[in-house]
Write a protein that binds this ligand. Sequence first.
Ligand SMILES: [Cu+2]
Length: 311
Amino acid sequence: MSRIVRVPASRRWKAGKIAVLVVAVAVSVTGCSTSEVLRFGWPVGITPEAERMRELWTWSVLAALAVGVLVWGLIFWSVAFHRKKKDDDELPRQFQYNVPLELFAVVLPTIMVCVLFFFTATTEVDVLAKEEDPDITVDVVAFQWNWEFRYPDEKTPDGEPVSTVGSSTEIPLLVLPTGKRIQFNIEATDVIHSFWVPELLFKRDVMPRPEKNNQDNEFQVTSIDEEGAFVGRCAELCGTYHSVMNFELRALSPANYDEYMQLRRQINSDTGVPYTAGEALAAMDCGELCSPDATTTKPFVTDRVARSASG
Ligand SMILES: [Cu+2]
């Protein structure tokens, strides 16, 4: 029979103090607030859908940590108190063919998987819910290696939809209002890309010919709850310049967005063509957020000589 080794109380007390100290130092040196700790590394979401997914993530990690602490505790308990001693020549007590224990080891993980599945599925249904009449619709066109954002309900004087295309000198700005339901229709013209704004906590592959690829290329957000400039990226390796295929989501108040869109529908008297996104923002007076320079990312320079010269 295995013997249970008694650890002196003074040593246990010392080990307990060291463990508490290690945890206290680990928590304090991270410099994280409670809300940051509970996000477990995720960015702050800016839509109700993002918050819903963040809650699922937090509870999933807490559940995983609870199981981890139990398993680690059992491992260390076995290691510490059931070590083989020199004078131990008998096998420790055996548990194979213990039906209640084996049932427990099968049923409990099955219940845990079912619970995780239930919350994942219900969150997915909520996040992917769509309504018939979104306030704003935007067509997102991805191509090697930039983005075009088209507003099919907004027309320029020549009858074309208002559109923003990224270039070597201008980062494509996806300007949207806060507090409105927005529908994104995504499509690629060449290879598979992926639409990703980290603060939406959501990304979706952008497929060429989505109907032939059996993909739902439409999704909605209930609202963007925060004004700001948020970098967006292609999240699917799509060729040589994939890493610089960035854009920017500029979330404006509804009043500022209306002013912006009014300008986009007009001809810029200086250029004789409709306002670009940058020109429209520059013509507005709404502080930092309307500055075309307030970007969180850089335009994609296609000139290889310039790229190598600038390092
Ligand atoms: Cu791409």
